[in-house]
Design a protein around this ligand. Structure first.
Ligand code: 13P
Length: 287
């Protein structure tokens, strides 16, 4: 059964570990992540961007597929199906489709409008038992064609948004989506510590998990980060494994062209990557 992400993240925050949000794009990714979570006895969050939702023919298709797969694989660990960087309209579509968690990314609105829309969505989500994430300070890099700058959030704005009743908060601390540039300065732990102090026990979310050094991940967890989003790193290992299979000519041997065989190395690579992250984040055996 799919659950809201609130309880798993409150527990993670208290237990000083983080739950991974892994983004899904198709059936193979979903299956790889669900099976790994079960094998690791770890809670997990499946993230769906608006672009991935469109690719999979809509949020209803995604929700129905994830629910059915969770059931038919006999998954017993807590799984949340979460809209990643949702627009106002996207949030309503996911609520209707049966998602168990949403993120409203109002960081590009003026703060007053962000507050008004977030308040409304908090009430709707909570009325239906869903969890809700909000964002303050744009996360840099490019996601679905939207480029942010990698700001550091204002801790007072974080407190304002946290007080609206959101369940977890993504605060920009110099993190960006995708690969980090050579001259990246690293996470701003001063910002994180200041945000953490302002928002009390609120679980914090670290976007752009790809390429952040392990020691910075661990320090972020010690300062209140309880959810870490990883997408690009899974895409990279999937691509590398698929390329190796093709370059070795395996797609031309026997029935190697069968998509179930062709995608198998990428599938295994995602499983290994997700396991590595669950171990690093400390969520193994926390289901
Ligand atoms: P990466 O693609 O950098 O891992 O970021 C994922 C993310 O933050 C999704 O919201």
């Amino acid at each position: 059964m799919l659950v809201s992400a609130k309880e798993m993240l409150d527990k993670a925050r208290e237990g000083k570990y983080a739950v991974g949000q892994f983004n899904i794009n198709n059936l193979e990714w979903t299956k790889a992540i669900l099976l790994t979570a079960q094998e690791c006895n770890s809670p997990v969050i499946l993230g769906v961007s608006e672009g991935a939702g469109k690719y999979m023919t809509g949020f209803k298709t995604v929700a129905e597929m994830v629910k059915a797969m969770d059931e038919s694989l006999g998954i017993t660990v807590p799984v949340a199906l979460h809209l990643d960087h949702g627009s106002y309209e996207g949030c309503y579509k996911c609520i209707k489709a049966g998602f168990t968690s949403i993120m409203f990314d109002g960081s590009h609105f003026p703060i007053e409008e962000n507050i008004a829309k977030t308040t409304e969505l908090v009430n709707v989500a909570h009325g239906l038992g869903l969890s809700i994430e909000a964002e303050v300070g744009a996360i840099g890099g490019e996601e679905d064609g939207v480029v942010g700058k990698g700001e550091c959030a204002d801790p007072n704005e974080c407190k304002m948004i946290a007080d609206l009743g959101v369940d977890f908060l993504a605060a920009g601390i110099g993190n960006i989506h995708g690969k980090y540039p050579e001259n990246w300065e690293g996470l701003s732990f001063e910002t994180l510590a200041a945000v953490n102090e302002k928002v009390g026990d609120m679980p914090l979310v670290l976007h752009g998990g790809t390429g952040i050094p392990d020691d910075q991940i661990k320090k972020a967890i010690s300062l209140g980060v309880a959810k870490i989003n990883v997408n690009t790193e899974c895409q990279l290992v999937f691509q590398e494994a698929t390329r190796a299979y093709i370059e070795a000519g395996k797609d031309l041997q026997g029935k190697g062209f069968d998509p179930r065989k062709l995608l198998a190395p990428g599938f295994e690579a995602i499983k290994a990557k997700v396991k590595e992250k669950m171990e690093l984040f400390g969520s193994v055996n926390k289901a």
